[in-house]
Ligand binder design. Structure first.
Ligand SMILES: NC(=O)c1ccc[n+]([C@@H]2O[C@H](COP(=O)([O-])OP(=O)(O)OC[C@H]3O[C@@H](n4cnc5c(N)ncnc54)[C@H](OP(=O)(O)O)[C@@H]3O)[C@@H](O)[C@H]2O)c1
Length: 267
């Protein structure tokens, strides 16, 4: 019993399978998946060489680890027999807003349960994922959870009460960056640039700045200072952002997302 079984074979499961194969965490013949009524499972199997298994019991039989990767709203409809089948297994759930206590009802005999919050850049292996566990993880299970979630990008361990903030920062965060990019593109057009030029300048500025931040390892405030000459154009723009309360706006947005995450987990 060494393999890994995916319940759900959609975008995130596909990204994880691609990452696990790329990093040689598991060979294809130790990875299996199942899906709902659409053919995402057989399609993923055909693309990657993993096994598609329609029977949940057969799926789990050979797996030491189960990744829960269906939609949160599909969770309630999962086969109740999973409780027995998953006995002694490590469960790794990437379901947004589904607390460990709710997962534990479906998997009461699991060895341990990990609740993870990935983000959309995980779809290309560039994500960052926060995770928490029901019981303290053994060093073996912690390493296993890291290797599995590492298929989506960077991994950060936290206590579960921090996952609402993780959801608000890195889970929803890509949307803030996309919205900022769209705003920059709109402003570029307002400034008189043709739409195709505005589009490429806005997108490449965001991508290039993000890569510079990562590759240089320099703090974002330092990078900002480095492009801001006293009395220059960048300073004029930054003063305008400050006067309009840019940081307070971001702060309120993250607080709103955190509050909503808390509400959704209770629903
Ligand atoms: N997308 C992201 O970037 C992101 C970020 C953070 C968290 N998440 C979480 O990741 C999870 C998956 O998201 P996704 O975007 O990959 O969703 P998705 O593409 O819609 O995939 C959902 C998968 O679950 C399968 N499924 C549905 N009912 C099932 C059942 N009863 N038993 C087994 N499998 C079943 C679906 O199968 P069929 O379609 O073939 O029926 C499909 O393969 C969600 O819980 C979401 O909260 C996603």
């Amino acid at each position: 019993m060494r393999g890994i079984a995916f319940i759900g074979a959609g975008r995130m499961a596909s990204a994880m399978v691609a990452g696990l194969l790329r990093d040689a965490v598991y060979p294809a013949d130790e990875i299996a998946c199942t899906c709902g009524e659409d053919p995402t499972g057989p399609e993923l199997a055909q693309r990657t060489g993993i096994t598609y298994e329609p029977s949940v019991q057969a799926l789990i039989e050979r797996a030491e680890t189960i990744v829960l990767a269906c939609k949160p709203q599909q969770f309630a409809a999962l086969d109740p027999a999973l409780a027995e089948y998953s006995k002694g297994r490590l469960i790794v759930s990437i379901l947004a807003g589904t607390p460990l206590a709710r997962l534990a009802v479906k998997f009461p005999y699991a060895r341990n349960i990990v609740r993870a919050m990935p983000n959309t850049p995980g779809q290309i292996g560039q994500g960052v994922t926060g995770y928490a566990s029901r019981d303290p993880l053994t060093s073996e299970d912690d390493a296993l959870a890291n290797r599995i979630l590492g298929s989506l990008g960077l991994v950060v361990a936290l206590s579960e009460d921090k996952l609402d903030a993780v959801t608000a920062v890195s889970g929803s965060g890509p949307a803030y960056v996309f919205e900022f990019t769209a705003a920059l593109r709109e402003a570029a057009e307002q400034a008189g640039l043709p739409p195709d030029v505005a589009d490429i300048l806005a997108k490449e500025t965001v991508v290039g700045s993000a890569l510079l931040m990562r590759e240089s390892g320099t703090d974002p405030v330092e990078l900002r200072k480095a492009v801001t000459s006293p009395g220059g154009t960048t300073q004029a723009a930054l003063e305008s952002l400050e006067a309009d309360g840019f940081r307070a706006i971001v702060d309120r947005a993250v607080l709103a997302a955190t509050r909503r995450s808390v509400e959704l987990a209770k629903a």
